[in-house]
Design a protein around this ligand. Structure first.
Ligand code: NAI
Ligand code: MG
Length: 363
């Protein structure tokens, strides 16, 4: 098979960690796992410097045509004063909007070698491997009305509106169930049906979808507040968690702290499946930003970026064995004691970005 990959390294440590993905891509290509046709384009501050916009229409067209987009990170103090519409983040927001990326996948994996870096006790997180599927384009962040109004008595009232349609709930639910089938076959759906009508509908639509199409997957429902508690009490009970935009925002940040460093966290954002081709738009990016404090020094941890590429192997290219291979290589180099500075214990030797990438390829 042959896949068209658009790399958007961006700013700061973005290009440094993307270069390590390049090594992994070359390796898989040489091994004959698949043909990867890669293209690289500008995004963020780097694009602003060249074109006075944070992403060009030409790059957007390439993103639309690609089988997957790999995104590094954007931003930095150099661009703090650029016009609002051209600010580095605007490029990422346009990609999300124009590609229709409604499903945000945030895995939380706790490698045994790093379990002591977690906020929780080793036995609670060691070997943790869960994914939070967050609805990304609906809910209270976008619902109308959204306003601050002045009342007759002079008081003000801030209004945000939580809105979900059957269609929006169904399509995110389908992503979660399909994901679970490629994992441990369990979905936990989370809302607050006890106090929210959108939660009642979320629960009903998810249950109906389960009954109609995904009877082979285990489904449970947990109220979002109870789920937050369970995430820090015993997170290994979960496989795939699916929830709305607001709860997903909060729950995925909780999950991030279970695993240790920001330099370790990958993510994927998926769009709708094209009924004709069965393909879906997808963007893969580390959770971290451009880390201006360490940029240009070769210190960045490339694991979040390489892990994001591994997610593309799994979810965009269907190369499950190759995804396992990359993820196992990451786990193995960590088990061997290899550390970049962000995950090294005090006094422990640390390697640079390039050494970590090379070690993962070798493994
Ligand atoms: P950040 O994630 O860039 O950095 C936070 C801290 O974590 C820093 O100390 C950094 O050195 C460290 N860190 C992050 N990634 C690392 C890695 N791979 N290896 C080792 N250490 C790592 O967040 P911050 O400092 O709040 O933002 C810096 C810039 O990045 C800002 O311009 C911000 O707007 C942008 N940003 C961009 C994002 C994106 O492109 N999706 C996401 C978050 C922030
Ligand atoms: Mg957040």
């Amino acid at each position: 098979a042959s896949f068209n990959v658009l790399m958007l390294p961006g700013d700061g440590i973005g290009p440094e960690v993307m270069a390590e993905v390049g090594k992994v891509v070359d390796f898989l290509d040489k091994q004959g796992v698949a043909r990867f046709e890669t293209e690289t384009d500008l995004v963020g501050g780097a694009c602003y410097d060249a074109h006075k916009v944070s992403i060009t229409d030409a790059a957007m067209a390439r993103a639309q045509a690609a089988d997957a987009v790999l995104f590094g990170a954007v931003g930095g103090p150099k661009w703090d004063a650029v016009p609002y519409d051209a600010r580095p983040e605007a490029g990422l927001l346009r990609l999300r909007k124009d590609l229709g990326l409604f499903a945000n996948l945030r895995p939380a994996i706790c490698y045994p070698a790093l379990a002591d870096a977690s906020s929780l006790k080793r036995e609670v997180v060691e070997g943790l491997d869960i994914v939070i599927v967050r609805e990304l384009t609906g809910g209270v962040y976008f619902g109308e009305p959204k306003e601050i109004v002045t009342l007759e008595n002079g008081e003000k009232r801030g209004v945000d509106t939580q809105v979900y349609t059957t269609h929006e709930i169904e399509r995110i639910g389908r992503v979660a169930f399909e994901l679970a089938r490629k994992r441990r076959n369990k979905v936990t759906s989370s809302e607050k049906r006890n106090v929210m009508k959108s939660g009642v509908l979320w629960n009903q639509v998810t249950s109906a979808l389960h009954k109609a199409e995904f009877g082979d997957v285990e489904l449970e429902h947990q109220l979002a507040d109870a789920l937050a508690m369970q995430l820090v009490r015993w997170p290994k009970q979960f496989d795939v968690i699916v929830t709305d935009n607001l709860f997903g925002d909060i729950l995925s940040d909780i999950a991030a702290m279970l695993t240790g460093s920001l330099g370790m966290l990958p993510s994927a954002s998926l769009g709708a499946e094209d009924p004709a081709t069965g393909k879906r738009k997808a963007l893969y990016e580390p959770v971290h930003g451009s880390a201006p404090d360490i940029a240009g020094k070769g210190l960045a941890n490339p694991i979040a970026m390489i892990g994001s590429f591994a997610m593309s192997l799994r979810y965009s290219f269907g190369l499950l064995e190759a995804a396992d291979l990359v993820e196992t290589a990451i786990a193995n180099v960590l088990a061997q004691g290899l550390r970049t500075k962000d995950i090294a214990a005090a006094g422990q030797n640390a390697v640079g970005t390039g050494e970590m990438g090379a070690a993962i390829v070798k493994e």
